[in-house]
Write a protein that binds this ligand. Structure first.
Ligand SMILES: NC(=O)c1ccc[n+]([C@@H]2O[C@H](COP(=O)([O-])OP(=O)(O)OC[C@H]3O[C@@H](n4cnc5c(N)ncnc54)[C@H](OP(=O)(O)O)[C@@H]3O)[C@@H](O)[C@H]2O)c1
Length: 196
């Protein structure tokens, strides 16, 4: 398969690229570091990415930022940032990418455990993660040409916990998380939220 991985330079994206291995043609995309570039907050940038990549069999998004902070400290601009970046950035990868996908192709987006298991400080992150999951369930009902869409909802990744100075054994290694992206790309399901 010809697979675009957006966020290919990130922790999860790198693990997905490694897990996909040599059996596919991987198009690595990121904001600043990969061979192909996109800013998912910019519609024109997404359009030009798809023009550059040409037709693909799968689009993976392991990109998207959202801000953690106490609710009382989250301002209008913080919510706008989260909505424009992690939520609408990924939604727009789908809206503008349908034409680029070959028949039977798939989108795999990334939400996160804070959609289902919030914690203090996660209001904006939980909002966008839950929004993504709702979008994926609904969009799956309408995608044409047997296109599929799923969402991977990772728990805390071990390497991220280690980087935060926390116990990595409380998380899931990125290599394990990556297997859920493979299941989405290579399987037949659509409208699924793959929690890992
Ligand atoms: N790590 C975790 O524990 C965890 C848990 C649950 C959910 N998640 C979610 O999983 C996703 C990936 O997490 P991660 O830890 O792998 O992140 P990461 O290591 O920080 O990587 C982020 C990736 O996204 C790219 N990126 C950043 N801004 C972008 C933009 N505006 N347009 C296009 N690409 C952009 C970066 O590109 P450059 O390198 O070129 O800047 C990089 O490839 C995020 O949505 C995160 O919320 C992560």
């Amino acid at each position: 398969m010809r697979i675009a991985v957006v966020g290919a330079t990130g922790l999860i994206g790198r693990a997905v690229v490694r897990a996909l291995g040599k059996g596919h043609e991987i198009l690595e995309v990121s904001h600043r570091k990969a061979r192909h570039r996109v800013d998912i907050t910019d519609l024109n940038s997404i359009r030009s990415m798809y023009r550059e990549l040409g037709r693909v069999d799968a689009v993976v998004s392991a990109a998207g930022a959202a801000k953690s902070a106490p609710l009382s400290q989250l301002g209008e601009a913080d919510f706008e940032f989260c909505l424009a970046n992690k939520l609408m950035g990924q939604v727009n990868l789908v809206r503008l990418g349908m034409e680029a996908l070959n028949d039977g192709g798939s989108f795999t987006l990334t939400s996160g455990v804070l959609a289902q298991k919030p914690m203090p400080g996660s209001a904006a992150v939980s909002l966008v993660n839950a929004g993504l999951e709702g979008f994926v369930r609904a969009a799956a009902l309408e995608l044409p040409r047997t296109l599929r869409i799923n969402c991977v909802s990772p728990g805390w990744v071990s390497e991220t916990l280690a980087a935060m100075g926390k116990d990595p054994s409380q998380g899931i290694p990125a290599a394990v998380v990556a297997q859920s992206y493979l299941a989405s790309i290579e399987g037949t399901q659509s409208g699924a939220v793959l929690s890992v």
